[in-house]
Write a protein that binds this ligand. Structure first.
Ligand SMILES: Nc1ncnc2c1ncn2[C@@H]1O[C@H](COP(=O)(O)OP(=O)(O)OP(=O)(O)O)[C@@H](O)[C@H]1O
Length: 958
């Protein structure tokens, strides 16, 4: 059966009939169309079939959908004329072609390539051509359009690209059922009716009715084009322009269509809409449409109209089939649902991966924290492995640490430093090249300027000011002598730092014997210091309290000849509340200098590894036209960033309160015994903690490594001895308070452990800065309670990058050493068993020794008090109320319940803080006039005790 030529109406017959039925030639404004000539002169020739691309039938498929909107203009003579029974004018609007062409133009070769296999399916030769007469009705299969559409979309949305490639896979294997599935999306779009009113040469499709496939379908593309127009301003404009034209020409139907299109446009994001169904298009360029694609003949439909020329007939497109899009909608809903499910599954998977993926440690930690057991009664050892609920592990932060170059290529010689000094540096310090901060600071300070200097820890700030001082003092003629009094005054926050600086100057002065260094740091008898001062000192180094004391009360200290005032670790001095002492010192210097004749200009220099706003305010008061020396060239001004030595590896470990002591001991064993690292510094919050752990840990571990302790409440003799012997020792563990956090230059320290977290990010930087100095390597480990985990986030925001290490890494070492329970009890195997033995041994040591028990209680109380004094901005992380005091007591090897330990404990319901407890409510800190936070007097006492000048009556404690 020939589907294309209706058997019942041979062409000639039809023509005859037409002639008969046609009224006298109406005055028609016929817009002629031919494949080669655009119907509307407003549309260029480009919009003809020439621009078609091959379709599956081997025939060209238009890249322009030819959604041709047509208007049948009723004639004046025959106002009742209708397309069915009369001729009329058909105005055609080539709405889409241009637009679509634009779209296709933008389609890259990928589209063509991807379509090739599909197109080759039906070789061109196999498609015979056939003449079809006017009035032939065609049914359209809407396969291709979607394909094109999708491909176009694919360029805009990666998801669609995926979908597209998935579809293409199906399309490639077009013969199989899947392709059919793909076509299903348009299944219900089939059945559109096209009627030609002209004779056509058509491709003959397979013999059967309903076969054949493709058409380049205007409507979807129209919708799509409109939709696309939202994506490109140009296209949108063009679209608007075209729409206007169309609107001017279209009849109601078309107008409606446009309305629909707008609606569809809205709906398109949800998939193909049902809105377009039932639309009818009139087209007077059926040929173009036919040419545009393959179609199916439907001999049942013989409606046709138009003139016999066949040039201005109409083709009616019935979109009723588009309701199939509701299926699509359903599909898209289900796709959405599937997507949601997928997302759900993915996020579940992601969570799972986060938990146990490549970081099984985190997973284990979460499991470990899972159970919760009440602390058992005193005298019995409570389980070590039952914790608070674990915190959510932190996501890996995207932190880009700030880098600061350390060394420069310039030598001290290049900077014009006196050759004797250069020689000294080479021989005694083994130093030739300057560090960056020295390279920047030296020329400015040697030129007589004041300076505010910042650079990372261990970058040679001491020499950055010591060399210019020495260089200028040695140049003074006649040569200085002791009677000239103090020429340079160096103020530092701690005695150890003062001692270290004194040593540095002593070395530098070897070539200049007439320059005399001196130190006053407290802790010594005032009398012997006075004697030294009376003898005469050229470079005086000291802590602020003792310096002020001498300046105020000792006639032997004359400051009128001061040329240099150095305030080192300025931020710490201010944080400790020394700004008053420092400013008093400055006034005394100015006063004495004011009374003297022939005084030169005094140079003042402030230094710190971290510059706070308080330091800058002090700088404004103390410095005149200072030069700002920052070793980091790209430090952002707005962000509170910290620079860490590049050789420093920063880690943190989250340890439940109960496990802290065992974890610390394990770490010490692991690092000193198994990894053979040499030196560790362990920072603790309070002096009592340092005392207690110093008494407990070495005795229980019977370790071969030597332990040292350093805090502000030790005698100066002990402090100096410890400081010196730890410096010189090859191996050792130094338990210390923050007294050792600043400025100390202890050689070859491998690890910095912060057993209690610092009170500021800046303090963190100074503590870890005791290792990895001047280009060496070092590591740091920060202990955090689960509740403190987000301190890491805070550090991250200062561009400090820390990596998490699991507690097991250290606990595992307990399996490698011989651990015996003190009383022979057995505690099971594995890590847990070993850790329990160790904890048991600590607790037994306390139980066996009442003094040690008392020390433990004292330490515990001091820690609780300390915890309540975290600065306000850190309390969100170091929240006293979130502490499990009982679990924390265990880290002091105490089995006693908190309230039994000197009344420490949270108040019971209805009870106030302080009642029967050592605890007090946390006091607010106030801002002083220098803009930094001042401590409550109790907190201040706590901090100052670390750095006490040793004087009986401390004025600074007013
Ligand atoms: N140009 C240099 N080349 C090599 N080493 C140097 C140089 N300048 C100083 N050093 C050494 O670097 C070490 C650290 O110096 P210094 O204590 O002055 O650092 P810092 O910047 O003050 O550190 P912090 O901020 O911790 O106080 C010292 O041992 C010092 O001798």
């Amino acid at each position: 059966m020939n589907l294309f030529v209706p058997e019942s109406k041979p062409i000639k017959e039809i023509k005859k009939k037409l002639k008969k039925s046609a009224p006298p030639t109406p005055k028609l404004t016929v817009v002629k169309s031919s494949p080669k000539t655009p119907v509307s002169p407003k549309f260029p020739a480009k919009s003809t079939k020439k621009s078609f691309t091959p379709n599956s039938a081997g025939k060209e498929v238009t890249s322009k959908p030819f959604l041709i909107s047509a208007k049948f203009n009723k004639t004046e003579e025959n106002p009742k004329s209708s397309p069915q029974n009369d001729n009329g004018t058909f105005s055609v609007s080539f709405v889409k072609p241009k637009l679509f062409q634009k779209n296709l133009k933008s389609t890259n070769n990928e589209l063509k390539d991807s379509l090739k296999p599909y197109k080759r399916e039906i070789p061109q030769k196999s498609v015979p051509k056939e003449q079809v007469d006017e009035g032939t009705k065609f049914t359209v299969d809407f396969v291709k359009p979607k394909l094109f559409q999708t491909n176009q979309n694919s360029k805009k949305d990666p998801k669609t690209v995926d979908k597209w490639s998935e579809m293409m896979k199906k399309v490639d294997g077009r013969s199989d059922v899947e392709t059919q599935n793909f076509d299903d999306e348009y299944e219900e779009a089939k059945g559109k009716t096209f009627i030609t009113n002209r004779r056509e040469t058509l491709h003959k499709f397979p013999k059967k009715e309903g076969s054949g496939v493709e058409v380049d379908f205007g409507k979807p593309k129209l919708i799509k084009a409109k939709q696309d127009s939202r994506k490109s301003a140009d296209t949108a404009k063009k679209w608007d322009k075209i729409t206007k034209k169309v609107d001017g020409k279209l009849d109601d139907q078309i107008q409606n269509l446009n309305d629909e299109v707008v609606n569809l446009d809205e709906d398109f994001s949800e998939g193909f809409s049902t809105e377009g169904r039932g639309q009818k298009f009139n087209q007077n360029r059926g040929s173009a449409l036919f040419e545009a694609g393959a179609w199916k003949a439907n001999k049942a439909g013989n409606k046709w109209f138009g003139d016999d020329s066949g040039r201005s007939g109409a083709i009616q497109v019935d979109f009723s089939g588009i309701e199939g899009k509701s299926g699509e909608n359903k599909k898209s809903v289900s796709t959405n649902q599937r997507k949601q499910e997928d997302n759900g599954r993915k996020s579940k998977l992601k969570r799972k991966f986060d938990e146990e993926g490549n970081d099984g440690d985190k997973k284990r930690r979460r499991e470990d924290f899972g159970s919760k057991e009440p602390t058992k009664v005193v005298g019995q050892m409570s389980s070590l492995f039952s914790y608070d609920v674990a915190p959510e592990p932190l996501n890996d932060a995207d932190v880009e640490p700030l880098e600061e170059r350390l060394f420069s290529r310039k030598t001290f010689e290049d900077a014009g430093v006196h050759p004797h000094l250069v020689g000294n540096l080479e021989q005694l310090f083994s130093i030739k090249n300057m560090t960056v901060v020295q390279k920047k600071a030296l020329p400015e300070l040697m030129a007589g300027k004041d300076g505010l200097i910042r650079s990372q820890t261990g970058s040679g700030k001491t020499l950055a000011y010591a060399i210019p001082i020495m260089h200028s003092l040695q140049a003074i003629t006649p040569k200085l002598n002791r009677k000239d009094g103090v020429k340079a005054l160096i103020v530092l926050p701690t005695r150890e730092l003062a001692l270290q600086t004194y040593e540095c100057f002593t070395k530098l002065m070897r070539a200049f014997t007439w320059i005399v260094p001196g130190i006053v740091i407290g802790g010594e008898k005032r009398k012997s210091e006075k004697v030294r001062l009376r003898k005469g000192i050229t470079v005086l180094i000291g802590t602020p309290g003792r310096l002020l004391d001498h300046a105020q009360h000792s006639e032997n200290l004359s400051l009128h000849g001061i040329d240099w005032l150095i305030i080192d670790e300025a931020d710490k001095l201010l944080e400790m509340g020394y700004e008053k002492d420092v400013s008093q010192l400055m006034s005394i210097i100015d006063e004495q200098r004011g009374k003297s004749e022939n005084v030169g200009r005094k140079q003042t220099v402030l230094l710190s590894a971290t510059l706070t706003s308080a330091v800058e305010k002090l700088a404004n008061l103390a410095l005149k036209n200072p030069v700002h020396v920052d070793a980091c060239s790209n430090i952002p001004e707005t962000v509170d960033v910290m620079v860490i030595p590049q050789g420093l590896e920063q880690k943190y470990v989250v340890v439940p309160a109960k496990m802290r002591l065992v974890a610390l001991a394990s770490f010490i064993i692991e690092v000193t015994e198994l990894r053979k690292s040499n030196k560790i510094m362990v920072f603790m919050a309070t002096q009592d903690m340092v005392d207690f752990y110093m008494d407990l840990i070495p005795s229980v571990l019977s370790s071969t490594v030597k332990f040292f302790k350093l805090h502000g409440n030790m005698s100066q003799g002990d402090r100096t001895e410890v400081f010196n012997s730890f410096r010189k020792s090859e191996k050792g563990v130094l338990l210390s308070t923050d007294v050792a956090a600043r400025g100390l230059d202890l050689p070859k320290v491998d690890w910095i452990v912060q057993y209690t977290a610092p009170t500021t990010p800046a303090e963190y930087v100074h503590r870890v800065g005791r290792t990895a100095r001047v280009g060496t390597k070092g590591s740091s480990l920060l202990f955090l309670l689960p509740s403190e985990l987000h301190f890491v986030t805070m550090l991250n925001s200062s561009r400090l990058k820390l990596d998490e290490v699991n507690i097991d890494v250290y606990l595992r070492c307990l399996m490698k050493i011989h651990l015996e329970s003190r009383d022979g009890q057995r505690w099971g195997g594995g890590i847990e068993g070993a850790a329990t033995v160790l904890q048991h041994n600590f607790e037994s040591a306390i139980l066996e020794d009442k003094t040690l028990h008392d020390i433990a209680c004292k330490a515990y109380k001091s820690w609780v008090r300390f915890y309540a004094t975290y600065p306000k901005d850190l309390r969100v992380v170091f929240d006293f109320k979130s502490l499990h005091l009982g679990h924390n007591a265990k880290s002091f090897a105490l089995r006693d319940p908190p309230r039994a330990i000197g009344g420490i404990g949270k108040p019971k319901k209805g009870e106030k803080w302080g009642k029967g407890s050592d605890m007090r409510p946390i006091r607010k800190r106030k801002n002083d006039n220098l803009g930094h936070v001042t401590e409550s007097s109790r907190t201040k006492k706590l901090i100052l005790s670390e750095f006490d000048s040793g004087l009986k009556s401390t004025k600074k404690m007013k």
